[in-house]
Design a protein. Sequence first.
Length: 437
Amino acid sequence: MRLDRRRMIAAAAALPLIGGTAAARRQGAALTALADSTNPDTVLGFGVIARDGAGRTVLERVHGEGRRMLDGSLRTRPFTFETPMRIASITKLTAMTALMTLVEQGRMALDDDAGDLAGFPLRHPAHPGVRITPAMLASHTSGLRNGPSYPVPLGRKLSEAFTPGGRHFDDGGWFAPASEPPGFFTYADVNFAVLAQIAERISGERFDRFLKRTVLDPVGLDAGLNWSGVSDATRARASAACRFVDGVWEPQVDAEALPAPAIRVTTPPEAPGLTADDYVVGDNGFVFSPQGGLRASVRDLDRLARAYTGHAGMPQVLAPATLDRMSAPIWIFDPARPNGHTDRGLLQSYGLSVHVPTGRDGDAFFGPDSADWRGHFGQAYGLQSGLFWNRRDGRTLTYMISGTPRDPEGLSGTRSAASPWEEVILDAALAAWAASG
């Protein structure tokens, strides 16, 4: 499929140069074109909310469609701000937020031995003298990789992926090549399975319930990992994440939302009937998908962003000093001596599960003040999402795209390593902030 970006981005690209009503009209036209059902090069649906530093809405727009199986057939439904979907890697940000409550309580430290906390020896075979810590896991500098048998299913232990001879050891496939030195940045979901298991062993709670208690409930969200704790009313509004396959939008996950209180889990072939009720706390941090399985809506992401920013009337999940600690760079890409995989420049600096833009070519998503922004992208099964806040002036941006016409993996926009569809949203937000003064 040819990706013609010109019609989608032309209006948005000019927005920062135009003010007032004309900018608002151009912004609306660009966003409408983003999910134009008559154009096969655009997305299925999207929602975006941008706020100024005082929490006032400067951009709130939703357009397009979602998909859902009802009575055995695939139905089209409008995409709304209240449509919950699997939001992908923004989940990692919320997972680490929950873990930081244990740090605040003094029940764990970021430089502890992660293996001791998780309940099994954890060392890179090529660097046995280097202790892997929670901070290394959260910043993707641990030397772990997603192994061939990812994810370890319910009914099996996470330790089997890291123990020689274990059922999921995969000949050491869960570890980076020996040529990558300690501290090398490689983005990998498995880090968050280990972190979730650590949280379970310290708290004594399943991770889905731990996240719900420490983060989601305090912020006032009817959201949860793999639908855990989500009401039937919210599940009824769900949409599948979709990809464009052979000219048709095909659901990839959540075509059918299970009735409450059912929870989606990955089961092994020999025991397909296992449920979340069979899980043993502290055995397998993969089970509740802490790396990407949060089901939430654009409205939910907006509340989360405002909570991170500290907008008036929003709950404070973490102390400001703790959030600053999460948001400080742990890894920064060194172009002179490459020390990590940047994904075309998308990821050039990273904190404790917080994306820290540098403002260099590739990650200057927010223009000249990109280095003041913090947050996380999400991408899986055709969905793209973003949750960002400006740590200097309090602006926020959240969005979800319910389906992209091409796999965005490795696909950059015209001015950054964000996807072309995300750039339309980013540029529209920049225009809205400029117009609001």
